[in-house]
Design a protein around this ligand. Structure first.
Ligand SMILES: [Zn+2]
Length: 383
């Protein structure tokens, strides 16, 4: 099923307009709700006002990942009246998503509905005036321009660093603002990235110098195993906090007030009552991405090499990523059967079996779907 996602060169939104929804014709009874009624409380808020609401009505936001954070953000933006949303996700709704992914219900999980499509249907129920382009796809260098070029703003709601560094490369290269957001356990973090020359974009005519990019703060993606929601668990409240801050910052940008946006990487530990901020107000001149404009993630260098391997299995090669089997066993044990020796670790979670090697290479048996294999790797081994 996952192999049915659109090919990179053929964006679904362009090829098949029937997959988008734009229901605002007089014949549609749902359109009897006037914008004046719908947005009255938001327009009363001085930060938005009637002029801000007008700007939202012509805004287009792309959300990468429609899991917990993406569903919350999509819901908030659609209710706020951001008129066009592109929702990109490679996964299907599962029962374990229902604890925190606010746009999905039990029927979606039963039907294994793609998350982007399930989100589109839910949004149409509460705001039929929003155009949703659902993209059941894995964001990769080959399709990133097709999927993101029309959006004024990119929101990160992914579960992996591979995609975040790809978004960072693309956003800096194209001078497109993006907002990082992450949540795991009781921890939530978010950061606004406003690239150079953003002032030339029509949405942001207010003066606003560029911020640091993701690579200014973290030059390289984390090495070694990275915890994921599937291994460390997650509180719904942490997700909603990250999504709320991310959406509020998006509203400032979309209403042409980028000077009000936070210029720090802020993080919260809701369980431990900790909050921290890292200053991101100045780009690092030595940054390889925004300083030297080397876009290695966009060119595909360093991406895990993925190959179909024999019958019903996919191999993911990843280098420079030593795996500690004992630590990995502890992480994976709640999710299936784990056995390991010095040479390999075998993790069985029917219908899939992972064979993991000390250098991070992984053979995933039980699928020939590369997108699914990439998703499983990101969930259980870490990106
Ligand atoms: Zn940078």
């Amino acid at each position: 099923m996952m192999s049915d996602h659109p090919t990179p060169a053929v964006p679904q939104s362009v090829q098949e307009p029937q997959t988008s929804t734009q229901i605002n014709t007089p014949a549609d009874p749902r359109s009897s709700i006037s914008d004046q009624d719908r947005y009255s409380r938001q327009v009363l808020f001085p930060g938005i006002g009637a002029s801000g609401q007008q700007l939202l009505a012509s805004a287009h936001v792309a959300i990468v990942g429609v899991g917990a954070t993406g569903a919350a953000t999509a819901s908030l933006l659609a209710r706020a009246g951001v008129r066009t949303l592109t929702l990109i996700d490679r996964d299907f709704v599962e029962p374990s998503n229902l604890q925190r992914q606010v746009l999905f219900d039990e029927a979606d999980a039963r039907d294994c509905l793609p998350k982007a499509e399930a989100a589109r249907r839910k949004i149409a129920l509460f705001n039929s005036t929003i155009t949703v382009h659902q993209q059941i796809a894995d964001l990769v260098p080959a399709n990133i321009h097709e999927l993101l070029s029309q959006a004024h703003l990119i929101l990160d709601a992914t579960d992996n660093f591979e995609t975040r560094y790809l978004i960072n490369d693309y956003a800096v290269q194209q001078s497109k603002p993006w907002i990082y957001a992450a949540a795991i356990g009781a921890y939530a973090a978010t950061m606004n990235i406003l690239p150079l020359s953003i002032n030339h974009q029509p949405l942001t005519t207010n003066s606003c110098p560029p911020t640091a990019c993701l690579a200014c703060i973290f030059p390289k993606p984390p090495t070694g195993p990275v915890e994921t929601c599937d291994t460390a668990g997650i509180l719904s409240t942490a997700v909603n906090l990250a999504a709320s801050i991310q959406t509020t910052e998006a509203l400032k940008l979309l209403t042409n007030q980028p000077h009000l946006m936070r210029r720090t990487l802020v993080s919260f530990d809701l369980w431990g009552n900790q909050r921290s901020e890292i200053n991101t107000s100045t780009p690092n001149p030595d940054c390889t991405v925004c300083g030297q404009r080397l876009f290695s993630h966009l060119s595909g260098v360093g991406r895990p090499h993925i190959t179909l391997c024999g019958r019903n299995s996919v191999q993911i090669h990843e280098h420079h990523r030593p795996i500690d089997f004992a630590t990995m066993r502890t992480r994976l044990l709640p999710h299936g059967e784990v056995r390991f020796n010095d040479l390999l670790l075998r993790f069985t979670r029917p219908p899939h079996t992972f064979t993991l090697f000390p250098d991070g290479r992984c053979l995933i048996q039980g699928t020939t779907d590369i997108t699914l294999a990439r998703s499983l790797y990101a969930r259980f081994i870490g990106s």
